[in-house]
Ligand binder design. Sequence first.
Ligand code: PRP
Length: 191
Amino acid sequence: MLDPVSGPPVGPHVLDDPALGRIVKSSDEIAARIAELGAQITEDYRGRLPLLVCVLKGAFVFIADLAREIHLPIEVDFMAVASYGASTKSSGVVRIVKDLDIDLAGRHVLLVEDIVDSGLTLSYLRRNLLARDPASMEVCALFVRQGNQKTQEELRYVGFEIPPAFVLGYGLDVGERFRNLPYVCEYRGEG
Ligand code: PRP
């Protein structure tokens, strides 16, 4: 994470909080890119029934919009993971807090993530889900933070590559706050 940026408020923002910095991706830019991703997924999965797997919590906003841009029958399931604490996050060892309800055997799985940073969460999830014998598995990530990957994960669909600043909004949180911002902006710290 970069040091919080100081200075006057950067706007316009939908809520008044000095922690909110420069807007990195506007809601219009996000919507337009998700429409493109949905069109590509629609094309690629025609004739198959994709199972979208949402990795909670952050991806709940993205998957809600992405699912509605896929013009095919789909199914959706949810799993929640947590790292074993900040100090071990870089190990990529995550705990499954809520597992999927649907059996993945023979399914065409599309794993939906809000952001890939080190890539270690995704690496763990991919191994875990592949062990359940899906017919195929691809990843759709809205954001990839540049320059921080510790593992080379294959990402079939990527919304945006973003600079290595700490960002929030559109599902991304700081201490569970700001997930409801309709855009993504930089975090300026608590001042
Ligand atoms: C975020 C994101 C990914 C993970 C990516 O989740 O949703 O799951 O971090 O980081 P990595 O590539 O370095 O492993 P987070 O742990 O913030 O949980 P949340 O989605 O519940 O906010």
